[in-house]
Design a protein around this ligand. Sequence first.
Ligand SMILES: Cc1cc2nc3c(=O)[nH]c(=O)nc-3n(C[C@H](O)[C@H](O)[C@H](O)COP(=O)(O)OP(=O)(O)OC[C@H]3O[C@@H](n4cnc5c(N)ncnc54)[C@H](O)[C@@H]3O)c2cc1C
Ligand code: SF4
Length: 325
Amino acid sequence: MESYVGYCNDENVRRISSSGGLFYEIARMVIEDGGVVCAAGYSCNFEVYHRLVDSLENLDDCIGSKYVQSNIQDIFYKIETILGTSKYVLFVGTPCQVAALRKYIGNNHYLILISLACHGVPSPYVWCNYLRKISEHHKINKVNFRCKDRGWNNYRLSISFDSKKTLSYPRILDPYMRAFLSDYNIRPSCYGCNHKYINSEADIILGDAWGGGVKSFAMISDDDKGTSLIIINSSKGEKIFESLKDVIFAERIDIDSAITHNKYLLISPCMPPNRSSFWEQYRLNINLRKVSKVFCSASYKTKLTYLRNELKLGTRMKTLLNVHK
Ligand SMILES: Cc1cc2nc3c(=O)[nH]c(=O)nc-3n(C[C@H](O)[C@H](O)[C@H](O)COP(=O)(O)OP(=O)(O)OC[C@H]3O[C@@H](n4cnc5c(N)ncnc54)[C@H](O)[C@@H]3O)c2cc1C
Ligand code: SF4
């Protein structure tokens, strides 16, 4: 098992991807070779579901992490049918989805599996209620859970409307992201996940090589544009990685040190002791803002760190503007 940190050379792809844009480059290769990609995209109501894509024009919707459980529908059956025609199918999803697909299909030469390092997936019920609330007066036309406008390390949830208005929330202040990152609205199965990287069925595992940690185990410097953690888990994965050489930059690393900075690769999040009270309160009035404020409001220390980062960013931007004057 070999591991790397890296990112794709195409700056535009990297900007719109959640971390280093490795997903897009692998998906592009599969489509250009006549294969099909199955990945998470949005419906017209911004619900999340897995869909099949066989052209580059339709791939953009699948770029980026969606922090909601993706609806798999009858996609495994459709994948089985495509595999029967000897076409390659690349499936990208959470480790439990990947394990389920492997169990359904078995070993198949044409099936390529990529799983994500996975913290857990939030409930679609909470997501849909949240969207309904904020779109009462304006129609949503874009959602980006990992907007990098203020840098990858300071990613924001950004939601744009037809009215040209955009809400861009720092993740520590947004009630939906707070509930997710404090582990209140993730699925019960995520607290005891059996599909972490040691048991992975995937050919490749992708995650974030977060800036704070990457310094201690790699030479690569964090430019705040997004860097991926890449774990090669099979000989098929190795071949795919080899063929990316011209379109990505990658540095080999020691996985044990990387894991210490990416704990959800190995362990499950702990269930908050008052999770059931969170849900009781939430079901009473479906007011996520109110419930998040009671159960998982950011501490003053977190808010202060966030403010400090924003100020640093402001100074960096001013310096850049002066340089380009
Ligand atoms: C719910 C969730 C939790 C995550 N937790 C962690 C974590 O704790 N640590 C970590 O290092 N990385 C985590 N990741 C992975 C990380 O956010 C990036 O997706 C990953 O590094 C790949 O980035 P990329 O730039 O290569 O591609 P991107 O373009 O960002 O990846 C997109 C791919 O992710 C898949 N995807 C997106 N949303 C979902 C979804 N809801 N369900 C299934 N598949 C989805 C799509 O199929 C798509 O192919 C998580 C991702 C998700 C979706
Ligand atoms: S944490 Fe485990 S059970 Fe939860 S979505 Fe991720 S892989 Fe599935």
